[in-house]
Design a protein around this ligand. Structure first.
Ligand SMILES: CC(=O)NC[C@@H]1CCN(c2c(Cl)cnc3[nH]c(-c4cn(C)nc4C)nc23)C1
Length: 281
């Protein structure tokens, strides 16, 4: 039923469906074009029977409410949604340059300017989410997309799907989890700060800091914060300083998002254009 009369009721007839962009347990993401405006979107299709089977109505509703309420240049927008008998359709912003992860895989590691720009964008987006009491956005590289200008977009609604590009060895990895998460303790905002440290390391070295042969070894390395910096590629002391101030076991001692944005390495290397503040909608 249409609670809000001005709000357009979308339906599948409003769209021309293009190639699949990703697929996963709950459904697929397709490239799509809204017929009247010719606007390109990503259409995420979720099968209702999957939602029923895994009893995920409340989580999906919460994710959609959150996603609709977040408006930030570095958070992928959920424009709206509709459903038919079998499926729920999420109308999402399309990120033209796809997964940041592919860029990382292609080049092996990012330049310090690119890495600092992406970390600054993530810190801005997370500070915005935390202001709106949204924590623990699952910010592993496969959830980070790039728009046509190479601007980072956090794309996660709790339903991470594998893109059609080669599967990442991400599923099930502990690499991005903070100690309190790995120990399954109550986690708070500071887990995101830990993950920024993991991502910053991976952007600069091409691999996450606690990678190991087995999950048990990764678990041990996280709990010990067994952090070491390879001699190649060459990485500045300031970058290592920022990483070392984020990968701290005591979550209360991790650098705050504000302090990340003011860190010398970020101030020196992040592209100010991409450090734009919230959209004044
Ligand atoms: C966790 C997660 O959502 N991962 C990626 C999902 C699959 C495609 N999704 C996209 C979503 Cl939700 C939005 N925009 C996208 N753009 C792309 C993409 C573009 N190229 C050139 N290649 C790809 C891939 N994909 C999307 C989301």
């Amino acid at each position: 039923q249409n609670q809000n009369p001005q709000k357009k009721q979308w339906s599948l007839q409003d769209f021309e469906i293009g190639k699949p962009l990703g697929k996963g347990k709950f459904g697929r993401v397709y490239l799509a074009r809204e017929l009247k405006s010719k606007y390109i979107v990503a259409l995420k299709v979720i099968f209702k029977e999957q939602i029923e089977k895994y009893r995920l109505h409340h989580q999906l509703r919460r994710e959609m409410e959150i996603q609709t309420s977040l408006r930030h240049p570095n958070v992928l927008m959920l424009y709206g949604w509709f459903h038919d008998d079998e499926r729920i359709y999420l109308i999402l912003e399309y990120a033209h340059r796809g997964e940041l992860y592919r860029e990382l895989r292609k080049t092996g590691h990012l330049t310090e300017k690119q890495a600092a720009t992406y970390i600054a964008s993530l810190a801005q987006a997370l500070a915005y989410c935390h202001e709106k009491d949204v924590i623990h956005r699952d910010i592993k590289p496969e959830n980070l997309l790039l728009d046509h200008e190479g601007r980072l977009k956090i794309a996660d609604f709790g339903w991470s799907v594998q893109s059609t590009s080669k599967r990442h060895t991400m599923c099930g990895t502990l690499d991005y989890l903070a100690p309190e998460m790995v120990e399954n303790k109550a986690h708070d905002y500071a887990v995101d700060n830990w993950t920024l440290g993991i991502l910053c390391y991976e952007f600069l070295y091409g691999v996450p800091p606690f990678e190991a042969e087995s999950q048990t070894d990764t678990f041990r390395r996280i709990m010990k914060v067994d952090l070491s910096f390879p001699s190649t590629p060459q990485v500045s002391a300031e970058a290592k300083d920022l990483i070392s101030r984020l990968l701290v076991k005591d979550s209360s001692k991790r650098l705050s998002l504000q302090k990340i944005m003011e860190h010398p390495w970020i101030m020196k290397n992040a592209d100010p254009m991409d450090k734009c503040s919230k959209l004044d909608l």
